[in-house]
Design a protein around this ligand. Sequence first.
Ligand SMILES: NC(=O)c1ccc[n+]([C@@H]2O[C@H](COP(=O)([O-])OP(=O)(O)OC[C@H]3O[C@@H](n4cnc5c(N)ncnc54)[C@H](OP(=O)(O)O)[C@@H]3O)[C@@H](O)[C@H]2O)c1
Length: 309
Amino acid sequence: MITALFSATDSTWDKFGAALQDAFKDAGLAVHLTRSAEPSSVEYIIYAPNSTLQDFTPFSNLKAVLSLWAGVETAVNNPTLTVPFSRMVSDGLSEGMVEWCVGHVLRHHLGMDRDIGRTDAVWDPVIPPLARDRPVTVLGLGALGQAVAQALVSLKFPVSGWSRSPKTIEDVRCFSGDAGLDDALRDAQIVVLLLPMTPQTEDVLNAERLELLSRGAFIINPGRGPLIDDTALLAALESGQLAHATLDVFRTEPLPGDHPFWAHPKVTVTPRIASDTRADTAAAVIAENIRRGEAGEPFLHLVDRTAGY
Ligand SMILES: NC(=O)c1ccc[n+]([C@@H]2O[C@H](COP(=O)([O-])OP(=O)(O)OC[C@H]3O[C@@H](n4cnc5c(N)ncnc54)[C@H](OP(=O)(O)O)[C@@H]3O)[C@@H](O)[C@H]2O)c1
């Protein structure tokens, strides 16, 4: 019997407990899934980085820590977490992110705000351009960025993307490394941020880079708050360099009530809902990683501690 400790909030347990048991059964694994155990008996920890568990030292027989979250910036530098550490990549998470990003891209692309809630009885037709004439840049071409880029390509947007290592993705103009960032951003009309939070990605969208975008561009950030220099963002909205920012993530969450983003007419705040880990598809990934651990096979989706994500 394998012992797996579930270390996350009560509400996460309510969502995941049964789905994990089902996934272990489907994978043919005999797992004792528990919320509390004698540390030396624990072989796997299924982990949400906001868990109260921060000291992994007592878990002397731990084989891996399996994150329920895609973003691992709050755990990646934990010096007591020395075993293999995987992040969450799953169909449900990717599908949710694609739907949220495509929805917000289309809102801005089609200028939907002009008509939604209109009560002034003004008949004022404005025909939007076709997607093929609206360049979009996706910063981050990982599990989520690639899925979003491909969905936008399928709608015929000209898509550019940026990642740390070079990539080849059909119909996406791929740029990489520090040298590729300016070219990825130049003349973009919509930018979607799907980078992880690392020391290298903080303030990646700063005042100079915002100036590279097409005038009146839209920013959509479901990545992490610190990817954008907030002061530069507000200045660019004020000057008209940016038309609108749709932000799902912030330096402080929940976003404080007196933060200027809340009342700003050119900012849409969404409360960190772009995509959530869905129990069924995520449980299957956790079960597969435990199966791999038991079979001596390499784990999926391992965090690169040097890169920080
Ligand atoms: N708002 C929400 O609800 C929500 C939900 C889930 C995730 N997220 C956020 O989305 C992020 C991305 O998730 P993911 O699963 O797609 O992550 P991922 O698979 O690790 O992909 C990260 C991408 O960012 C690129 N990157 C990292 N550092 C870079 C740098 N310094 N310069 C250029 N590119 C860099 C990586 O390049 P390489 O391809 O070369 O490695 C990769 O393409 C998460 O870290 C999290 O912050 C938000």
